[in-house]
Design a protein around this ligand. Structure first.
Ligand code: NAI
Ligand code: HPV
Length: 528
């Protein structure tokens, strides 16, 4: 099988070489597709790679029936409908580090150009004017640069700004006073940054919480004559409010690389002489473009080959080292999930996946996701995968808990899944036995030793003479061979269970007959 990859925005050709050279992958570079053309072509592709131009909206994702991965050759994924991708089990990957340096350098270039009116002076002299008095600038030295969002790019800007002898104050919800000290920046709240800065540069992602973070209210709090930079995302600044703040002289000037609408259609703000601008060039360097294309190419190859990506956006990343250690438990966690789903006859409201023993030293969240996947698959079908399982569970109103305990309970490792329904609770636990493979070792309160494979029958019965024999002979009448049988009971004559491994699935008639045997309360066929 050959995977088809569509690249719909211009990408560095050297950077996509790994993809072009990969076996069983065919690359199609079709830039400038209209939305209608993209919708028409997308069903043919297994992977889509974009930059910021292509809008990967819900309808594109819906039409992309074969899509397994969407690669963003850059950082911002606000042009991709992440919920729609997650819901359909499509992994979204990006290149979080590939263009950091370029974007930071572009911000510094804009800062200096803004302070010294370089674009305006350049335009003037190119127009054959010798005008020196219109372009008097301000120095950066000893001024205060406020940074909103001290992530990768914000931090790089802070380092460079200190080289220009600016004082830096920064706000980021994840910035601690201690970290700020290490970075040589002053720690502030958003209000501190707005009130104290001579220049304000913004480096956050565009999220619901950050949209219009620089609004009319924010501009009111700023110093008179403040200068604003945005090399992160259009939409972080309310452009109408910025226009008014410049007109009223509250804001002395602004340097913008990104806009609420791209390409820009309304030039009202850009036509102000105080505004300098570039058309979203922050990541446009040879180096950055090669980096991001290489990163995304390798992740797309990994996913198409069934591997785990290095830079996933919609699933937590797992290092190769951790993956190697947890891999043997992958199969077990999914099977336990599948088993408990079949055991449970009412809608599941809450699931708790408990890990005990040496497993607890590892990042076990992929195992939890896999257990939830196993639990949902019998009901939601094959489209449930590691990416969308927690999303689909929460949409069904199922709460997922994960817990770790170092208590070993007699097993080196144990994965226990407990589910809660409206009226009952169920438990199944499994382990990996050294050299012997996986085993289910507990079903509710009964200790068992069952290989989680093939066709199983879970039978709940009363511990009465003859029950086991009748089950055996009835299966014999239906020509169903029993490979293994485990029996557990709470007390003599009380509730008991049988777990049988049979050589072929039973039919409806056989199931009804089993259910009619005296003292048999429940019979559940489980295929693992
Ligand atoms: N102009 C261009 O061509 C480029 C633009 N970008 C954009 O730059 C932005 C930053 O990118 P990176 O530094 O790589 O991302 P990052 O994820 O490393 O940093 C973003 C920071 O923003 C912080 N943040 C989130 N919400 C916040 C809030 N409400 N207030 C203050 N801080 C908040 C986060 O805690 C994080 O530290 C993104 O929007 C990205 O899309 C990135 C590369 C090139
Ligand atoms: O990486 C980002 O977030 C960027 O904004 C770069 O966008 P681009 O790939 O140049 O369209």
């Amino acid at each position: 099988m050959t995977f088809q990859v569509l690249i719909s925005d211009p990408l560095n050709e050297d950077g996509i070489k790994p993809l072009i050279d990969a076996d069983h992958i065919e690359v199609h570079m079709l830039t400038n597709l209209s939305k209608a053309e993209l919708l028409e072509r997308i069903p043919e592709y297994d992977a889509l790679i974009v930059r910021s131009q292509t809008k990967v909206t819900e309808d594109v994702i819906e039409k992309g029936e074969r899509l397994k991965v969407i690669g963003r050759a850059g950082v911002g994924v606000d042009n991709i409908d992440l919920d729609a991708a997650t819901e359909r089990g499509i992994v979204v990957v990006n290149s979080p580090d590939g263009n950091t340096n370029s974007a930071a350098e572009h911000t510094m270039a804009m800062l200096m150009a803004l302070a010294r009116n370089i674009p305006q002076a350049h335009a003037s002299i190119k127009n054959h004017n010798w005008d020196r008095k219109s372009f008097v600038g301000v120095e950066l030295k000893d001024k205060i640069l406020g940074i909103i969002g001290l992530g990768r790019i914000g931090t790089e800007v802070a380092y460079r700004a200190r080289g220009q002898r600016l004082k830096v104050i920064a706000y980021d919800p994840y910035l601690t006073e201690e970290k700020a000290k290490q970075l040589g920046v002053q720690y502030g709240t958003l209000d501190d940054v707005l009130r104290k800065s001579d220049f304000i540069t913004i480096h956050t992602p565009l999220l619901k919480e950050t949209r219009h973070i620089l609004s009319a209210g924010a501009f009111r709090k700023m110093k008179d004559g403040v200068q604003i930079l945005n090399c992160a995302r259009g939409g972080l600044i309310d452009e109408d409010a910025l226009y008014r703040a410049i007109k009223s002289k509250k804001v002395r000037g602004a340097a913008l690389d990104v806009f609420e609408e791209e390409p820009v259609k309304n030039y009202k703000l850009l036509d102000l002489p105080e505004v300098i601008a570039t058309p979203h060039l922050g990541a446009s360097t040879v180096e950055a473009q090669e980096n991001v294309a290489v990163d995304v190419s390798y992740d797309v190859i990994r996913i198409l080959n069934g591997g785990l990506p290095q830079n996933p956006v919609n699933i937590p990343s797992v290092s190769a080292e951790v993956m190697e250690k947890i891999e043997p438990y992958f199969n077990l966690s999914e099977k336990l999930g599948r088993f408990i789903a079949r055991m449970t006859e009412e809608p599941i409201e809450e699931v708790t996946v408990r890990f005990s023993g040496s497993l607890t030293e590892l990042d076990i969240s992929p195992l939890t996701r896999n257990a939830v996947k196993g639990m949902l698959k019998p009901y939601l079908g094959e489209h449930v995968n590691d990416v969308n399982a927690p999303f689909l569970a929460s949409r069904k109103g199922i709460t997922i808990n994960e817990s770790k305990t170092s208590r070993t309970k007699g097993f080196t490792n144990l994965i226990t899944i407990e589910v809660q329904t409206r009226s009952s609770a169920k438990t199944v636990a499994g382990t990996l036995l050294n050299g012997l493979g996986t085993r289910i070792v507990k079903i509710d309160n009964y200790s068992v030793d069952v290989m989680p494979e093939g066709n199983l029958l879970l039978i709940r019965h009363k511990d009465q003479p003859g029950a086991i024999g009748r089950v055996g002979s009835l299966l014999g009448q239906y020509d169903v061979n029993i490979a293994t049988m485990q029996v557990g009971r709470s007390n003599v004559g009380g509730d008991a269970i049988m777990v049988l491994t049979i050589d072929k699935p039973i039919d409806k008639e056989c199931l009804d007959d089993l259910r009619n045997i005296p003292n048999i309360m429940h019979v559940i066929p489980i295929e693992l």
